[in-house]
Design a protein around this ligand. Structure first.
Ligand code: NAP
Length: 320
């Protein structure tokens, strides 16, 4: 019987469907990721792996699994934790979950923007600490969302979905991407500009690129320093797209008013990290895709593709 190792339990009953299809399904039972040694041992002899974004899926893991490993199905859209070249060389199919999490992630990015601009978390803390004594015309003022200029970095599925929400708030949308998107430009009245112009003109900048060698620390000290006075940075892409120390400096000594982060570097941030002490930094624990229906559909996608590949069919959501 072919075995599949799943590195965390998945919501819904998709794993049962794999079992019903005659596969042996070994699920890591803990909330925390399997330690590396455990991962290497559990992978030994498997035909399929279902992996999460925290798992390091490299040549060592593939070789530990052995030549029977046919498919790695990533329960996420980003693939930066997987050595795709090593998989390709070994003839291993890699799949992921594009599209299905687009709206959930764009919703969270917009929630972070709203929370950071209108100081929702800071206001909540203010009330909870008993500091709220009276209504006052100058209490907790923040920038308006309505009519602002937003810059979207990476104008793919999630970037465009974010821009659609921004249009609902009558924002002007600027974007940068490797390629121009004429259809989306027309639909969203979005304007393509170079990254530096986007950074200099936007009240809010939202990051939606994958993590690649080109986007690693894309938001470095120089670019953060160029942002508009009072600007807000939103990151739901990957933590390493932003230089964390430079972000803190831009908040404390530079132009940034606030930041909303669903992803951080390191991830998770230690509880005593100075970013978490900053009153206008809102951090969520990488829950961009954490809509109930979204996570069920992601489970169906990974298990469906494992089943497809192991029964000799083409996967529906190949990574390459
Ligand atoms: P996508 O449709 O592939 O869009 C990514 C966009 O980034 C593409 O439009 C691409 O441009 C652009 N891009 C790539 N390299 C770039 C560069 N160097 N400079 C500027 N733009 C660049 O992917 P998606 O589904 O929107 O997902 C985007 C990323 O979001 C994922 O890779 C993942 O890391 C992250 N994510 C996070 C969460 C979360 O829970 N927080 C959830 C889902 C996804 P072209 O189209 O021009 O090539």
């Amino acid at each position: 019987m072919s075995r599949v190792f799943v590195t965390r339990n998945l919501p819904g009953n998709s794993l049962d469907q794999l079992r019903q299809a005659g596969l042996e399904v070994d699920v890591w039972p803990d909330f925390l990721a399997p330690p590396r040694q455990e991962m290497l041992e559990r992978a030994r002899g498997v035909a399929g792996l279902i992996t999460m974004l925290e798992d390091r899926v490299d040549a060592e893991l593939m070789d530990a699994a052995g030549p029977g490993l046919k498919v790695i199905a990533q329960y996420a859209v980003g693939l930066d934790n997987i050595d795709l070249e090593a998989a390709r060389e070994r003839g291993i199919v890699v799949t992921h979950t594009p599209g299905v999490l687009t709206d959930a992630t764009a919703d969270l990015a917009f929630a972070l923007l709203t929370a950071a601009a209108r100081r929702v978390v800071e206001g909540h803390d203010y009330v909870r600490r008993g500091q709220w004594k009276t209504w006052h015309p100058e209490l907790l003022l923040g920038p308006e969302l309505y009519g602002a200029t937003v810059g979207v970095v990476g104008f793919g599925r999630i970037g465009q979905a974010f821009a659609r929400r921004a249009r609902g708030f009558d924002m002007e949308v600027l974007y940068t991407s490797r390629h121009r998107k004429p259809e989306a430009e027309a639909e969203l009245n979005a304007k393509h500009v170079e990254l530096n112009e986007l950074i200099e003109r936007s009240d809010f900048v939202s990051l939606h690129t994958p993590l690649t060698p080109e986007t690693m620390q894309l938001m470095n000290a120089e670019r953060l320093g160029r942002m508009k006075e009072g600007a807000i940075l939103i990151n739901t892409a990957r933590g390493k797209v932003v230089d964390t120390a430079a972000l803190l400096d831009a908040l404390e000594n530079g132009p940034l008013f606030a930041a909303g982060l669903d992803v951080t570097d390191p991830e998770p941030l230690p509880a005593d990290h100075p970013l978490l002490d900053h009153p206008r930094v809102v951090v969520t624990p990488h829950i961009g895709s954490a809509g109930r229906q979204t996570r069920l559909k992601m489970a169906e996608m990974v298990t469906g593709d494992v089943q497809a590949v192991l029964s000799g069919q083409q996967p529906h959501f190949p990574a390459f």
